[in-house]
Design a protein around this ligand. Sequence first.
Ligand SMILES: Nc1ncnc2c1ncn2[C@@H]1O[C@H](COP(=O)(O)OP(=O)(O)O)[C@@H](O)[C@H]1O
Ligand SMILES: [Mg+2]
Length: 395
Amino acid sequence: MKRLLVIGDGQLGLMLAEAASRLGLRMDRLSPEEGLLFHGTGRQAAKLPEDWRAADYDILTAEREHLPANALMARLAEHPGFKAHGAIATLADRRTQKALLDRLQIPTADWCVVESQADIERLARASGGPVVVKAAQGGYDGRGQWRVDATSAAAAPAALYGRLIAERSVRFSRELSLVGARAADGRCVFYPLVENRHIEGMLRYTVAPARAARSAQQRAAQMLQQIMEELRYVGVMTVELFEEEGELLVNELAPRVHNSGHWSQDGATLDQFELHLRALCGLPMPSPRAERQTAMINLVGCDFDPGWLAVPQARLHWYGKEPRAGRKLGHLNLPAPTRRALSARLAALAPLLDREHALAVQEASEGLQPPDEQACRAARQCGEIVQGGLHPVPG
Ligand SMILES: Nc1ncnc2c1ncn2[C@@H]1O[C@H](COP(=O)(O)OP(=O)(O)O)[C@@H](O)[C@H]1O
Ligand SMILES: [Mg+2]
């Protein structure tokens, strides 16, 4: 039986360990900052024993790209079974990640390294609008980002100059993502594109599959495959995308399982956690398919509520973390046979949630309605609809 170690002690590592246990693989989880070990899916951490050896594991993987620069990590990086370490290091820094995309001629928002305020001002002028300044390392869930324009460029933290990038602010019509996997023999498989809604930089819900043309799926898969091949990557990787005027732009890459892939636990033939393990262990990797329409709703900063379970089809994944404002504490997967049925199930779920989550779920529900019904509702909200059709707003 292969022994695996996942670096990171968050929910992604826990769900990887759950998938490993299903496959009869042994996987432990490691907090690299504190040197704490969690056995399998256990919740009890133990200090690394004196005689602990990373060499006892066959394969190392990581649930996050931001890894500490300490002695323990330096040792783990040398492990011959930690094949993705180089790729993770490249993608963990937005400067090297964006440079990789440019080198591969994969479209991404215009960007620059910020050495001084003048760099931000130059990009803002060149792109004719606001820019998003991002910490090169360590940001997640929208943290470490500042939205500025040429007149407010000073709002970006000067102490971080040299370790920031600035990007044109993309006026996207929607955000999509693609999760895929590459096996050691180079074979790649992909989930369908999904649609993601972020609020203040944090993912709130995903609808899978996204309504997308086959050409968009092919284009996204081609970009992700090109990146995985370039990095000789093995495992699951995710590309976050902006759709702008019908074109796909890469927002960012994550060399790991991803929040926007959680729907696959209850809506696909194979979930992303198991897919990652299959790729790492050289197990069969059939192309994953969506079996139904699924919404994934992140549960952020709220207490556990058994009332959520009153919706028969809702599948709760609760991480057992300490509740804190703005913290991802769990997710609900809601599958349905059709988009219309999913819309109705979301509408039934909304009243069971607190106001913030209910608004998001209501929005997801409305977004799944056919476009003509959405137009009617929008018109009705404006007090516009009159019998016989839609009339233009006066003035
Ligand atoms: N250049 C940009 N233009 C417009 N919106 C952006 C841009 N960059 C980020 N965002 C918004 O902020 C969210 C989080 O940014 P992202 O770069 O993905 O960082 P994180 O690592 O925190 O996920 C994105 O999903 C998107 O909604
Ligand atoms: Mg992101």
